[in-house]
Write a protein that binds this ligand. Sequence first.
Ligand code: ADP
Length: 558
Amino acid sequence: MKTDIEIAQHVEHTAMKPIDEIAATIDLTPDDLENYGKYKAKLTFDAIQKIKSKPQGKLVLVTSINPTPAGEGKSTVTIGLADALNRIGQKTVIALREPSLGPVMGMKGGATGGGNAQVIPMEDINLHFTGDMHALTTANDTLAALIDNHIQQGNELNIDPRRIQWKRVVDINDRALRQIVIGLGGPTSGMPRQDGFDITVASELMAILCLAEDIHDLKARIAKITVGYTYDRQPVTVGDLKVQGAIAMLLRDAIKPNLVQTLEGTPAFVHGGPFANIAHGCNSILATKMALGLGDVAITEAGFGADLGGEKFMDIASPAIGHTPNATVIVATIRALKYNGGVGVKDLTQENLAALEKGFVNLKKHIENMQRYHVPVVVAINAFSADTTAEIELLEKLCQDLGVTAVNTEVWANGGQGGEPLAKAVAKALQQPADFTPLYDRKDSVENKINAIVKTIYGGRNVEFSAKALRDLKLISANGWNNLAICMAKTQYSLTDDQHILGAPKDFTIHVREIVPKTGSGFLVVLTGNVLTMPGLPKKPAALNMDVDDNGVISGLF
Ligand code: ADP
């Protein structure tokens, strides 16, 4: 069986079209593009403006059950569904997140789909692409250097070096950089202080890039970032440092959406990729707006499961896009549901109807959660070769009992053709009325908003705030940040804050450890449990299998 990269390379060599040709299928001319080689392009600012004023198509959000080691294949289904919709005559454009290099070297593999449903050129997209990650890293670390320089040069703003929130970033999983001491070497080398690195996609600049409407908005949001506090605990912003212009300048090109194609030639904007725990986990709103302006249908996905990325798409991204979803697709696999039903990874290939029915509670909870937003829901069963007919029929029936269509989807094996039944179900769902209802009112208190998410979406009974979180609530109130959105940082593996509790538990407590205001992004990050913002590499990193030959051909990228 061919690996993802072998399938991608075969198409790249035989059927990949110049990006101008792909752009022409959605009425873009070469003048609308800034080409990055033959197969990648960014849109010009003029094109972005023009597309924003076009009538918008319908929006499909792809989300999933809680991730498991069994694999769900959300990106694969997103890409395959778009190919399938194009096959049945619905002009469809994709908006996807762009991958971070850190996890690529670790164990996750790429984020460009899989099998016969991928975006290409996959090596470029997974590696340096159009340089957005590098621009973000540089912009983030420029700001860090400017903060330390401000302290070095007399500290006019009275910044307390112990209360600096702004960390340095690098797009590598490098656990050794989590906690560091900087400024050693005497008076000419800065003020010694504790610091640390996050991975680039955890930078607030990434979240801001993905929420910004244009450069004006980008700069305004950057100015609002709280970088730390003074000795008398007053917030210090980028605006106080007067460097928002310089930081925005470094992101001038990164803010423009990147256009690529799927294996079947569907246009795909792959742009921005904030974490789905400490940030909102969705591609840039500009990419989604471009897809909406250029397609009759725009398909986008949100990170992790429907409890994290899905909720945040509805309550953070949608208001920023100014368009709520017209349909939601929840991806599930029979394997992952059996895993939720207590089956170990080794035994997932054996038929087990009882475990499937038991684990179905996880999918059921996510269906109910997405229905709560009053948007039609379709379930995509991402087909794996070991699934049996009896298992597929059982899952279809369990969904049917909830009034939801579940469709066996074979895009990994067969590309767009294998997704036609799903595409038809989604096209039908798009005809139904969607009457979007947000989960909370931003003007409500921070405690009430957190409670709404915990009780309605997670199924918990109450929220326990640590002493630190209670102090944070006071600080938030004193600074007038109550009206910001809520961005929950919770394990993606469970509806609770304990990653080992699978299924759909009830009546549990969510423990809030800390609340970090992200005043540039416009949300409060509510930390539950220990969320790592600088991942580490596993014992056998994927890097061990990677190589490039004398002709520059890459292998082992998964
Ligand atoms: P997610 O978006 O949920 O993280 P991806 O779509 O990126 O998942 O897929 C992760 C990996 O699983 C990819 O390497 C892909 O090839 C593989 N995969 C996805 N769907 C299937 C399937 N139906 N059968 C076999 N492998 C699959």
